[in-house]
Design a protein around this ligand. Sequence first.
Ligand SMILES: [Zn+2]
Ligand SMILES: [Zn+2]
Ligand SMILES: [Zn+2]
Length: 143
Amino acid sequence: MHVNYHLTLKNLKLKATPKRLAILEILADEFVYLGPDDVWRRMKTKFKRIGLPTVYRNLEELSEGGVISKVVHPDRKLYYFLCKKQEHHHHFICLSCRRVEDISFCAEKEIEEEVAGRIQGKVLSHILQINGLCRDCSDGEER
Ligand SMILES: [Zn+2]
Ligand SMILES: [Zn+2]
Ligand SMILES: [Zn+2]
């Protein structure tokens, strides 16, 4: 783990507080998305008196700053993960085990053509999150 989070936060004009750095380290160690309560439980080993609202607030600030990503989950709860990949890409999330995988496929060109043609608009950005079951989780399913 050699990512310089101090620098990342500074570039985003977010203060590199010990709590923010601890949250980033917790998320960086994971291959799954975590809810605020998961992060909170882990934070408590280091910050004994930390409250859940503080964790909520810090996660939201990091997400708004673009340091971490927020999952749009069908259960409508909040989940976050940290992706270190810089290039434009998307994510596959497993709804069962919460695994997050990078997806490099992007239909950017087709989307732009569709928008330009059908509604004569211009695409500025897009969000794509693919929900599903990973291989391990779909093994037990009927095919
Ligand atoms: Zn899974
Ligand atoms: Zn990613
Ligand atoms: Zn894309």
